[in-house]
Each structure stands twice: as C-alpha cells, then as structure tokens.
Ligand binder design. Sequence first.
Ligand code: FES
Length: 369
Amino acid sequence: MTTTAAPVHSHLGELTVTEPGRGLRTIAAASRVYARLVTDSPLVTALSPARPRRCGGYEFDTTIDEIVDEAEDVRSLVLRRFDGAALPTWSPGAHIDVTTPSGSVRQYSLTGRPAAGERYGISVRRLPDGTASAEIHTLSRGDVLRVRGPRNAFPMAAAEHYLFVAAGIGITPIRSMIERAVAEGTPWTLYYHGRSRASLPFVTELQQMALHSHGHVIIRTDDVDRFPIPADIVGLGTGSSAMYVCGPAALSRRLREEAARSTAVREFHTELFAPAPVVDGTAFAMKLDRSGDTIEVGAQETALDALRRVRPDQPFSCRQGFCGACVVGLVGGRVEHRDRVLSGTERESSLTLCVSRGAVDGEVLVLDL
Ligand code: FES
C-alpha cells in the first residue's frame, strides 16, 4: 500500500572555494565596503523589509455570484472573476486561498466540476471560534473576495475503485473527486460521517450521483450511529481501492493505521482539517538575521508557533505545509523540509515555518527576518 504526503528531506549543496586572484580580491574588498555602508544605513530596512516569501500563483478578485445555504452552518459561495475573465483551471482536490474583507486568509476546497471554467464553488462551515468563517457567512451577493490559486495538495490518481471517506465539511474536496469518478465511469464508494444528518451538505446531490453512476453512498451520524469504526470503513475497499480521506487528524490516523493492516485498499491519501501534531521533532534554535534575536523551538512545537511568541503578526494560513503563506528566506543552517509546496531549488534558500525544522542537532537556522 502507498501513502501520500511523506516528508521530503533535502540538504544544501557544498561550495568549493579556490584562492582568488588580485582582481577578485579587489572586487571582494569593494563588496565589503559596500556591504558595510548598506547594512549600516537605515535605508536598507525601508528598501528591503524583512518579509516572508510568498509562492507564485494566480491572484485575482472575484465577485460572489450566488450564495446557497447547504446545511446547518454550511454556506456555499459561487465566485466569478471580477474582471469577467475565465478562471484558472483546476483538478479534483484543489483549493484556493481566500482573503476575507478584513484580511484573514483561509483555504477552501473547490467543490464543483473542474470543467466549469467561469465559476468556482466553495463551501464554508461556520465554526464556533472561527472569525474568518463567521465573516464569510455575513457576506452578500456582489461582495468581492480576493482569491489566490488554485493549488492542489490532495491530487487524485487513477484507480480501479475509489473509497472516499468524508467527515462533515471534509466532503468539499471529496465531492469534486466523485464528480471525476462519475465522469470517468470508475466505481466508487463514499462513507460520509457527521454529527447529524442536518449538518451534512450535498447529501441529496451525492445520492443522485450514486444513482446515475457506479457509486454507493453510506451516511452515518453521531446522533444515530455513534462514532466511525475504522475497520468497517476500510473494509468497504475492494482490494484494488484507492482511499481518499478528508476529516479530523485523529480519524485520519486511525484509518491510515487500519488501511496499512488491511488488504482492502492499495493506496491511502488524506487531507486534514487542522495541523497534525509534530512527529519526531527535536528541539532547535533559530536566529533572525536582521534583528539578531534567537528563538528556541521545542521538540513538540513548530517553528511558526515559536516565532509567533515574539512576532505575533507572522503570516500563516494552512499550518500543514501546503499553502506557502509562512515561507521565509533561509540564510544559514540545514533544514529538514516537511512541506509540500516548495520546489527543490526553493528549498535551498527558504523554508516553511509551519512544518519544517532544523535538520542538524546543535546547528542554528538563520532566517531572513
Ligand atoms: S502556513 Fe501554509 S505552508 Fe505554512
């Protein structure tokens, strides 16, 4: 069985240094003078402020074209590009970054059919302590939202059979995958769990999709059926199933363990609602190159959390290593990269604070901050 999102490790290359000639020595001396002048000048901060490196991608304004109340506390928004242009294409499992009018950034999975190039659909559950989701629930048709992406950290591979598992609002990336399975005629099974039937969006649509394809939908709720049983869920696999799970970290972990023991599924892929706890972490230190501050990062905490103790406004969003919002420049030290967003080249000069860590005991990471 294969699983996705395994951490990737990389190391900085080694430089070979040779003895410089007279011309090079002159250039080096001039560079040192220049560097002293520049770094001592207050202008340098204004001209080159410390800031995170954001990953490239499409960024544009959208207008809310339609709002639909789907289920208890779940609202869907249909977005069009503000300038009327076509929207970037996407694939099942993709998400967009949405900036709310007050400036919060959150990721939301795209829910419709990738072929529908003029409209994006997202669905947002209002969380009891969620300021961004509460704000989105106050928006009206015609309001403008800044959008970035789409990106896909949960891609769907070809399979003979799909076993989808969604918990509550975790149905959003799974729904677009089901649309693909239906379009391609691939058999699929959805296990869909929530706290109550009224809290689950898209139930009727999903049942209709199952009726008109090789699909099967199983709905279970806490108030009637009690809690999900991992062995029963994994047992829905056919032996050649690719399993895609979107839900809380605890459920995902138990399903992953069960799938590893079972012959019912061949692949396991997951996307989490919230960051998983740090696994196999060791303590390390970070130095902020511009301020000179040194920050200790505990074995059980992320570099982002440690940094936010002293810089509470440090940007972040997904906290799972796939959005790029927390990426900062790396000046020195070797990094154990655990993200899914940076390329090999980018990893030589930057890191994602939310998941990546110091790779070498006792070596301080120097950040461009
Ligand atoms: S917050 Fe998204 S990659 Fe770190």
